[in-house]
Design a protein around this ligand. Structure first.
Ligand code: DGT
Ligand code: CA
Ligand code: CA
Ligand code: ZN
Length: 572
């Protein structure tokens, strides 16, 4: 049975299609009102299931019948009739700025354009050129809006956006002179996915910078270009916004465009109570009209009477209250990280050799790190007990050649019943054990919950690897009772991983925050399968900071002796 939200969106669909079909304003607006009252009603499916009559305030008999049909069948006669005239995909066209119901109806009836893809093709092939009332300017606007709309339909995983941001910044650095250049927006806040890339820059010649920016060879289209800002669109659908202002406004500009929207709204509300108005152009004292600009971002927060709020915490939750009370957590930093527990080598499914990974960990300046190849359950590439012992001997030999201390670890599968893929005797021989779910993702929720809790209860399991199994664009993660597992982890002294591999970010900042409220502690790992991916810890760190974690809550911020003591304590 459909939810109220689904029923309401069907009603809106009818409303839009009626407007397209030229029905009167009063008729289609009645559907819009009905949608609003459905959204606020108790679950209609339940009422119908109980045989109750649907009587919603302000809804007449004919729309009442439509709603009843929607509840029972998911569709309605009135909708089917409209769909015989306009295909359902026509509503996509309304997402393009500048296209309303009239234009959409005209595009369909005159040119058979019934979807975004159709429109894109028509614009590309010039089908609409020379059509009365569709001047070149209108078509150009549609072309840009279409690209911008498509870019926002899909969010880009953070790691990919960061790579693109680095590339465009390298390009910009080779153009007209810049004072400062930094990513802002959701990218700077380390959101797991970003809608677009925002760059903030200061320069003496903004127009020169903008012209250079829009000339980037990877820009498929220029969506907007003005004296202080421009947006480009890359093949693959990622948008980049650039703002250029004079240097004395850098602090204000960066603060404004870092967001989040919710954070900025709360910040402005707080400012207004103090008689101040905040914008990207400075902070105005409403009484005197004096404008204070900030060359550094910290100046903005200082002027508003609060501590500097790290970008990762700017979510609009409680960070402003905490900053006013000087009670923000001191977030874990990259320099606090003394090692990385999760990396693979050619012994299992990694690309680089054991010694190469050790050298790369050493080159990052780590005090220690763990090599954690897969257990046998990982198909043909996992290590059997003989190979485990062989790998241990090799690691012990290599230890003598390197300053970094290499722990011999394993990423051991948690089997379907919660047993580990190696017996306890073998597990005891590792310096550290990561336990991960790699199979039977579709188990019922309570079975999966018990399975992971059993792993937590194993004294040799130090860390639960990538706890939810989520992979961007592929898999939302297996279902289990997060709270029950977080509580079990805290109770048993089992560490929860924040896995920084690009498609994972698992735990996410939000879930790590939740787990921390149970008293859990965390490891921030790269899960690198090749040397260059060791920088995945930076992504793990971003999620840890979004969770508000301090270094006391992070296992790999502990010095080696404390780390070894920690592992021993659970085992005894
Ligand atoms: P995204 O791109 O969806 O991942 O999220 P953001 O936060 O990067 O959003 P975006 O790119 O639209 O804008 C970047 C920041 O700039 C946003 O967090 C707040 C600020 N901002 C942008 N446009 C506006 C606006 O129209 N009003 C206000 N108050 N702030 C804006
Ligand atoms: Ca953005
Ligand atoms: Ca943006
Ligand atoms: Zn794994």
């Amino acid at each position: 049975m459909p939810t109220n939200a689904e029923i309401a969106s069907r009603l809106i669909e009818i409303r839009m299609l009626m407007e397209m079909a030229g029905e009167s304003f009063y008729k289609y607006m009645a559907y819009e009102k009905a949608a609003a009252s459905v959204e606020n009603a108790p679950p209609l499916a339940d009422l119908v299931a109980m045989g109750e009559h649907l009587a919603l305030p302000g809804i007449g008999k004919s729309i009442g019948t439509v709603i009843e049909q929607l509840v029972k069948t998911g569709t309605a006669e009135a909708l089917d009739v409209l769909h015989r005239r306009f295909p359902p995909t026509i509503l996509e066209l309304l997402g393009v700025a500048g296209i309303g119901t009239k234009s959409a109806a005209m595009l369909f009836e005159g040119f058979g354009i019934a979807s975004l893809d159709d429109l894109e093709r028509a614009l590309r092939e010039g089908t609409l050129e020379g059509v009365p009332r569709l001047g070149p300017k209108t078509l150009e606007n549609w072309r840009r809006s279409l690209l911008a709309y498509k870019a926002h339909l899909t969010r880009t995983p953070l790691a990919r956006a960061r790579t693109t941001a680095r590339e465009i910044m390298t390009f910009l650095a080779q153009g007209p002179p810049l004072h400062r250049l930094i990513p802002a927006g959701s990218l700077r806040r380390h959101e797991e996915t970003v809608g677009d890339i925002d760059l903030v820059c200061t320069a003496d010649d903004p127009e020169g910078v903008i012209a250079y920016f829009t000339s980037w060879e990877r820009a498929e289209a220029v969506l907007a270009e003005g004296p202080t800002k421009a947006s480009i669109w890359l093949a693959g659908g990622l948008q980049i916004d650039l703002r250029v202002l004079p240097d004395h406004l850098y602090g204000n500009l960066l603060q404004h465009f870092t967001g989040s929207r919710e954070h900025n709204i709360k910040l402005r509300e707080h400012a207004v109570r103090k008689g101040l108005r905040v914008s990207e152009n400075g902070i105005v004292d409403l009484a005197s009209g004096a404008v204070a600009t900030a060359a550094e971002e910290a100046g903005v927060y200082e002027r508003l009477g609060m501590d500097f709020i790290p970008p990762e915490l700017r979510s609009g939750l409680d960070e402003i209250d905490l900053a006013r009370k000087h009670a923000l957590p001191k977030l874990v930093e990259i320099a606090d990280l003394r090692g990385d527990f999760h990396m693979h080598t050619t012994w299992s499914d990694g690309r680089d050799a054991l010694e190469a990974m050790i050298e790369a960990a050493e080159a990052r300046g780590y005090e220690y790190h763990a090599i954690s190849d897969h257990s046998m359950g990982r198909g043909h590439f996992g290590l059997d007990p003989d190979r485990v012992r062989e790998q241990r001997r090799e690691i012990e030999n290599l230890r003598e050649k390197h300053r970094v201390f290499t722990l011999h670890a394993s990423e051991v599968d948690i089997l379907e019943n919660g047993d580990m893929d190696y017996d306890d005797e073998l597990l005891a021989q590792f310096d550290l054990v990561i336990a991960s779910v790699h199979s039977a993702f579709d188990q019922p929720r309570d079975v999966m919950t018990k399975r992971i809790i059993r792993a937590c209860e194993n004294p040799y399991v130090t860390i639960i690897g990538h706890p939810t199994g989520r992979r961007f664009g592929e898999f939302e993660g297996y279902e289990f009772d997060y709270d029950a597992v977080f509580a079990a982890a805290a109770r048993t002294g089992t560490v929860l991983e924040i896995d920084g591999q690009a498609p994972r970010l698992d735990l996410s900042g939000a879930l790590a925050r939740r787990a921390a409220s149970f008293g859990a502690i965390f490891s921030l790992d790269s899960d690198a399968h090749r040397v260059e991916r060791l920088d995945g810890v930076e992504l793990a760190l971003g999620q840890a900071r979004r969770a508000g974690l301090t270094k006391d809550q992070v296992l790999n911020a502990k010095p080696l002796p404390e780390l070894l003591e920690f592992i021993k304590r659970k085992r005894s």
